[in-house]
Design a protein around this ligand. Structure first.
Ligand code: ADP
Length: 159
């Protein structure tokens, strides 16, 4: 009989699967210090929780130190916004979480909106609450590779 074949967490639809392109993933999300300071944690977590079938599988309030931020933002070393970004990200507690579910990597990026909050559409987290590019409320992994790398950094026990 036809069946679904799961390979490396991707479900391929051959003949009998009801939903094609099924993809269970996990992503690393940070609610940045501005989100915590402005008491928007509940609002933002609520938007993530309300997406059908997604699950928060780790959650921690934590003040990040330089070494962890240097690891996390390694790709941006040398960019003009790097130093102020690290300083901002260390300026107060963040909420770090892992979210698991269908296409959650692209999905949380869509909920967040583009990096520049003024360019982000109303209805997105950045579009609804942000103005300054640096203080754009939320980080979300941008690929499966980044997600695995970032989960290891913030939740080594879940790697
Ligand atoms: P994203 O978080 O949307 O994936 P990037 O990975 O390009 O964006 O940048 C990481 C973070 O650095 C952004 O979320 C933002 O806080 C900050 N940032 C990016 N570009 C700028 C910039 N031009 N000026 C100030 N801060 C920036």
């Amino acid at each position: 009989a036809p069946s679904c074949h799961r390979v490396a967490s991707v479900t391929f639809d051959f003949l009998a699967c009801k939903e094609p392109h099924t993809m269970t993933q996990r992503t690393l999300v940070l609610l940045k210090p501005d989100a915590v300071r402005r008491a928007l944690v509940g609002e933002i977590l609520g938007r993530i929780e309300r997406k059908a079938g997604w699950t928060i599988t780790a959650l921690e309030l934590r003040t990040l130190d330089r070494p962890i931020l240097e690891q996390h933002y390694a790709e941006h070393v040398g960019r003009p916004f790097y130093e102020p970004l690290v300083e901002f990200m260390a300026s107060g507690p963040v909420v770090a979480l892992i979210v698991e579910g269908e296409r959650v990597i692209e999905g949380v990026r869509q909920l967040a909106g583009p990096t520049d909050p003024i360019a982000a559409a109303p209805g997105s987290i950045r579009g609804d609450f942000g103005v300054i590019v640096r203080e754009n409320l939320i980080h979300a992994s941008d690929s499966e590779e980044s997600a695995e790398r970032e989960v290891k950094i913030f939740f080594p026990g879940r790697a």
